[in-house]
Ligand binder design. Structure first.
Ligand SMILES: Nc1nc2c(ncn2[C@@H]2O[C@H](COP(=O)(O)OP(=O)(O)OP(=O)(O)O)[C@@H](O)[C@H]2O)c(=O)[nH]1
Ligand SMILES: [Mg+2]
Length: 317
């Protein structure tokens, strides 16, 4: 009973925009605290109004620097901004926190900016699920804009970033980033390209390289979106205004064509499937270590085939 009152209290405080309540809720999400589920269930109906943007790109390309400049522009419009910084490669999020603290230090004392780093420790629903819930908590707390920063150009990053309404892919001039992103299937999910470090002499070449790659794929879409390619500088903010404009153009496109609804539905379905999948996976593994350990012995000794064992465990769970 006492726990319930406590939970109501934290929900109320979260919804009123209390930053300490927000920090606590995200910690509960990260710790896989049972209470987190109830809190999410209560605040979920109040979410869905934020502008969400996913930033992804290789390590050191300048994502945090650009985000810091972008935050400045949103703050000038009096929009509050929440940032979920995800680093799947590090078991601890300390590195990310330190770097982001330095680059986002201008915004550190601003109550309209909330930054949270998440490492790859186990989360409810995996890293993508955990960061998604952290973003939802920020939306519930009333943040106008929610940004995801995720390092890398692989499937995991795609999963995190694609929860956002607009995905920005940052690439480094003079690198093999574009080709790597193409191979990893990340090119297709980028709505806006950002070639950062425009001071690099290779920046313009990178732009034509990306343009050429984009010309290969032609979708049969009656309302096609042609991802713009913006040259930026994270150190002095050059091009970041244009980047913001293109993010807004993309958003307007989604709204005008009805793709926003479509996209959000797909993202939600993805969330539900991946959450359920990670629950199932955990339950199956637990079973194989306990109740079904003997069955697995049979498989190891080649008295039972692995497909029959899989079918059995699938039916049980
Ligand atoms: N020359 C130059 N350096 C830049 C530019 N933008 C960022 N940097 C520098 O690049 C380094 C990495 O910048 P970050 O913003 O931390 O990059 P990041 O992509 O967030 O890095 P991770 O989060 O570690 O993957 C820093 O030393 C920045 O000062 C730019 O436009 N030109
Ligand atoms: Mg960063």
């Amino acid at each position: 009973m006492a726990k319930n009152t406590n939970e109501n209290n934290i929900v109320e405080r979260l919804l009123s925009g209390d930053r300490r309540a927000l920090a606590r809720v995200i910690s509960k999400i990260e710790r896989e605290d049972e209470e987190a589920k109830g809190i999410v269930a209560e605040v979920y109906p109040k979410t869905g109004n934020a502008i969400t943007i996913g930033f992804t790109g290789p390590p050191g390309v300048g994502k945090s620097s650009i985000i810091a400049k972008l935050v400045k522009l949103y703050r000038a419009e009096e929009k509050s901004v929440g940032i979920v910084s995800v680093d799947p490669s590090s078991p601890f999020s300390k590195g990310a926190i330190l770097g982001d603290r330095i680059r986002l230090s201008d915004h550190f004392l601003d109550s309209g900016v909330f930054i949270r780093s998440m490492g790859s420790r186990g989360h409810l629903g995996g890293l993508a699920g955990g960061s998604r819930l952290a973003a939802l908590a920020m939306e519930a707390a009333g943040f106008d804009v929610v940004l995801y920063e995720t390092v890398g150009v692989g499937q995991g990053e795609v999963e995190v970033a694609s929860a956002a309404d607009t995905v920005v892919l940052a690439l480094q001039p003079g690198s093999g980033d574009a080709v790597q992103a193409l191979k990893a299937g990340v090119m297709e999910i980028a709505d806006v390209f950002c070639i950062n470090k425009a001071d690099n002499p290779q920046a313009k070449n990178m732009k034509s390289e990306v343009r050429q790659i984009l010309e290969i794929g032609h979708e049969l879409d009656p309302d096609p979106w042609f991802p713009p390619i913006v040259l930026t500088r994270g150190d002095n903010g050059e091009g970041v205004e244009e980047l913001k404009k293109e993010i807004e153009n993309h958003r307007a496109h989604l709204e005008k064509t009805g793709k926003m609804e479509e996209r959000r539905r797909a993202a939600m379905k993805e969330f539900v499937v991946s959450w359920a999948t990670s629950r199932l996976e955990k339950e199956m593994k637990d079973r194989l270590n306990e109740e079904d350990a003997e069955m697995m012995e049979e498989v190891y000794k080649r008295r039972l085939d692995p497909i029959s064992a899989s079918e059995k465990i699938y039916r049980e769970v």
